[in-house]
Design a protein around this ligand. Sequence first.
Ligand code: MN3
Length: 240
Amino acid sequence: MSDLDRREFLSLAGRGILATQLLLTGTANAHPKGAKARMPHELPPLPYAYDALEPYYDAQTVKLHHDIHHAAYVKGLNAAEEKLAQMLASGDFAAVKSVCKELAFHGSGHILHSILWTNMKPGGGGEPGKGPLSRLIVKCFGSFEAFSKLFLAATNAVEGSGWGILAYRRDDDQLVVLQAEKHQDLTQWGVTPILVCDVWEHAYYLKYQNKRPDWTAAFSQHLVNWDDVEARLKAAMGEK
Ligand code: MN3
């Protein structure tokens, strides 16, 4: 991801993962009488090789997940923003309901997967280092162990396809654990996701079949990149 893309992405993530905010972003960029044409969203490259997370996350699933599934959300988001631009140009808003749904679904899918790839690293897992993230986890959840149990329980209990999410709520300086159904349901306004675990079956089925808790345990114990989670927390707090 280039610096510009990263800034744009962090800015987008910082404003939440919500449909109306994506819609407003699209509106500002796509208005026919407004500023220059919007740049299409691009699939961010993986920050490691396909097989770098073996044996906990297999190369075949990583390749399919990134190159096929994540790419489809990027394509869908660009298509939805194109439809939005056409609505604005024509003044015909009959399709607004479906366009809003597509902006939310594909926009949230793109944002959450972009976080997921850097949320993992070879040799990850364990606990975060001593710093603002670990201090805030203890303040909000009592201990890292309690947080970890809550995050895994919430993620394992997602109904159908979705995500486990640790997010930062800047209004009162709190971390919150949430579930998302699909990509965009059950979210909370005004929070910034900093740690996400994908529990759509496409994320784990080849290797773990129906054993979702085995995937989430491997994610937690061997893959989480806590440095990335803390960098996201600091960005959300407004620190450089
Ligand atoms: Mn996925």
